[in-house]
Design a protein around this ligand. Sequence first.
Ligand code: ADP
Length: 183
Amino acid sequence: MKKHLLFLGPPGAGKGTQASLISELNSYLHLSTGELLRQEVKMNTNLGVQVKEIINSGELVDDSLVLEIVKKNLISNNKGWILDGYPRNLSQANSLNTVLNELNQSLEIVFYLDLNEDILVERLLKRGRTDDNEKTIRTRLEIYKETTRPLINFYESQNILEYIEGNRDLKIISDDIRQKMAL
Ligand code: ADP
């Protein structure tokens, strides 16, 4: 059974939903950088104040800030974990490798959850988070295509990438994921 998982894919593909399901079933840590950043904003912490505008514009938060959050959470964990929304660019992917080496852990499987762009936009507009307006969604999709999507090749070349079709029933998708992580 794989214990160190990563979800990759465009905003709105269902990464968070699947990561929550799988982490609950296995008692793994669900580490969503977006969720953790939103909590900081909500609690009005120093970090939250720093990142609020960036999040609401759809741009990426500074790599070093996000790395601190990831480190802090991975260090205190000893079961399994699921990364969701991190890494989002090559520099973050390299930092993650360094951190995992230091912790003597390694990423075992990357689920690439994909979905047609029209459906993505439709879903995000329905979701209605404060950063889910048409303009921000376009920005996030562009950033995804330019800086995050190249990570697919990065992980494919390490032979740990599994493609998951996101335009299916939620339960069918999670069964598919569970089967693949059991191998
Ligand atoms: P979505 O998958 O719908 O884009 P997330 O919850 O993953 O939503 O992220 C929301 C926002 O949080 C992003 O648009 C970005 O501003 C910030 N964020 C999340 N993860 C990262 C990251 N790894 N690096 C930089 N910024 C991030």
